[in-house]
Design a protein around this ligand. Structure first.
Ligand code: NCD
Length: 351
């Protein structure tokens, strides 16, 4: 990318860290989607790498398992010519009693510019970013999923995937305005759903949540009504609506897209479901149910999928509906955009 064009993209960007999409304005979504679209259009074969982040170092600190997110961040960093380093908690000095902050500072001392953090407890990336700022460290923290709280890069890649589906040439937030997006499943345990609620309502979509009361408490209808604790105001002037339906038969008619969520069995400490069979009978998506939308609509899932539980195998394998692989593909340019915005900013300002 030309330096002038890059400076233009960066001029409106004010985030030092990316922790929660609740802090994103419409302009932020536009910036990320525009950049991702440019990165997505660049050939992967041939030259392969853009020099944008040459000399920068991304370190991934993953305290929870991950197949997609971690490899996608690492690939994104490499495509921008950054160096990549990753940390495994079990073989690290954390097991000898070193604090997380001291571990992070060790990586900063090695030259890390961006720390990509995943943790099973909500709030860890936020606290780490705050403590590193207090210590005067110049490093950006990117939340790769914290407990039930937030998964901003997934929310953004879902938004990008939907925007590209509705407006392939100009995938901007406007592509979502007035669209009915149904999110079905384990909303309670899903950081992906929470990030999608901020992103989709910011773009003016009408979000319909669907699930049993044990996995979808009624309070989710007012999820975006107030900014989260610690944030003074909502950066988005007017948001789309959130409604709750308990049955797919009510939720699906008129839908423009359906997003299914994994049942997060590892986070369910009570018997919230009588059986997986019964869940699939009531909330599993298949061709017959999808027909209730009244038109062909795309189906998303953040992965990993419990095949035959959230989604019938035949639907998961049907390329006419399934955007699951497209989500994975779009994750790379979205993460390139985020890394670029966080890591290139300092360099350009200094230049
Ligand atoms: C999600 C996660 O880890 O929150 N997966 C992902 O990042 N693609 C969703 C999930 O685990 O169900």
């Amino acid at each position: 990318m030309r330096k002038g064009a890059a400076a233009e993209v960066l001029s409106g960007w004010s985030h030092r860290h990316v922790i929660d999409l609740a802090a994103f304005s419409l302009a932020d979504y536009t910036t990320v989607l525009e950049l991702a679209q440019r990165f997505r259009a660049m050939p992967v074969a041939g030259a392969r790498r853009l020099p944008a982040l040459q000399g920068r170092l991304m370190t991934s600190l993953f305290f929870e398992p991950s197949t997609r997110t971690r490899s996608s961040f690492e690939l994104a960093a490499r495509r921008l010519s950054a160096d990549v380093q990753s940390f495994s908690p079990s073989s690290s000095s954390l097991s000898k009693g070193e604090s997380l902050l001291d571990t992070a500072r060790t990586y900063v001392a090695m030259g890390t510019n961006v720390l990509v953090v995943r943790h099973r407890c909500a709030g860890v990336p936020h606290t780490l970013a705050r403590d590193l700022d207090r210590c005067g460290e110049r490093v950006a923290v990117l939340n790769a999923g914290d407990g039930l709280h937030s998964h901003p890069s997934q929310g953004l890649l879902d938004l990008f995937t939907l925007a590209r589906h509705f407006a392939p040439e100009h995938p901007s937030p406007a592509a979502l305005r007035g669209r009915r997006v149904v999110i079905v499943g384990d909303v309670l345990h899903s950081r992906v759903a929470r990030s999608n609620l901020w992103a989709l309502t910011a773009c003016g979509a009408s979000v319909v949540l669907c699930g049993p009361p044990t996995l979808l408490p009624a309070g989710f209808a007012s999820f975006v009504d107030a900014p989260p604790p610690g944030q003074l105001q909502d950066p988005v002037a007017e948001r789309g609506t959130i409604t709750i339906h308990r049955s797919l038969e009510e939720a699906l008619p008129g839908a423009d897209a359906v997003m299914t969520l994994r049942l997060q069995k590892e986070r369910m400490h009570q018997h919230l479901l009588t059986s997986l069979d019964s869940y699939h009978r009531h909330y599993g998506l298949n061709h017959q149910r999808l027909a209730l939308c009244g038109r062909p609509v795309p189906v998303l899932h953040p992965g990993p999928v419990n095949r035959g539980v959230e989604l019938a195998g035949e639907l998961l394998d049907d390329p006419r509906h399934n955007l699951v692989e497209e989500q994975v593909r779009n994750g790379i340019p979205i993460r390139m955009a985020l890394l670029y915005l966080l890591a290139a900013g300092e360099g350009l300002k200094a230049a």
